[in-house]
Ligand binder design. Structure first.
Ligand SMILES: Cc1cc2nc3c(=O)[nH]c(=O)nc-3n(C[C@H](O)[C@H](O)[C@H](O)COP(=O)(O)O)c2cc1C
Length: 184
């Protein structure tokens, strides 16, 4: 097969070789305002203990709140929420009621101050461990404090048919996992 070169200086690649799991990240600021933002520069980086990396622009409320308060929840939506998820990227000044204004419902987290988002199906509660700066961008190292999932998915033969997690591919382009395959 002939190969076509990809422009590695482009901000977004087409097609993309790396699908980023999309989460709605909740954080809280010093005044107690909850912030919600979609993020996809995200993955497990160590397993013992479980640690997650999150890439974020330095100027974002998410980064500012994580640096100041040290906690967040990664709420993983299914594809039924994709329009609201994308809309949650629109800038909003910190204020009371952001979760409701984005069309979601707050659910208290088990171990951290930021809330879970009820309509999402999987929630990972995290605590700040470390940050690396790359100009205007930063990478957070987050320790996993707790996790929870919809009860039906916890017991389903194939939980992914219920979770239907979504992945960022390109601006306005996402992919969904709607089934899993067992090798044995
Ligand atoms: C699907 C999706 C994924 C995104 N992933 C990231 C990301 O991983 N890192 C980032 O800095 N911004 C990401 N963005 C952009 C932010 O969500 C957007 O700039 C938002 O306004 C930041 O909000 P905040 O200031 O409340 O954190 C993403 C946007 C969308 C729609």
């Amino acid at each position: 097969m002939e190969k076509v070169r990809i422009d590695v200086t482009a901000r977004n690649w087409h097609p993309s070789p790396l699908a980023g799991p999309i989460a709605l990240v909740t954080t809280v600021d010093a005044a107690g305002h909850v912030n919600v933002a979609p993020k996809s520069l995200l993955n497990f980086i160590t397993v013992r203990p479980l640690r997650i990396i999150l890439g974020c622009s330095r100027s974002h409320h998410t980064a500012q709140n994580l640096l100041a308060q040290g906690e967040c929840v990664l709420n993983f939506p299914g594809d039924d929420l994709i329009d609201k998820v994308w809309a949650a990227a629109v800038f909003r000044e910190p204020a009371d009621g952001e979760v409701a204004a984005r069309g979601f419902t707050e659910l208290a987290a088990e171990r951290v101050a930021p809330p879970r988002i009820l309509e999402c199906r999987y929630h990972v509660e995290c605590r700040f461990e470390m940050v690396h700066w790359f100009g205007d961008e930063c990478v957070f190292y987050l320790g996993v404090a707790a996790a929870s999932v919809n009860a039906d998915a916890a017991t389903a033969e194939d939980p992914y048919t219920l979770l239907r997690p979504v992945f960022f591919l390109e601006p306005a382009v996402y992919g969904t996992i709607n089934a899993s395959t067992h090798l044995d």
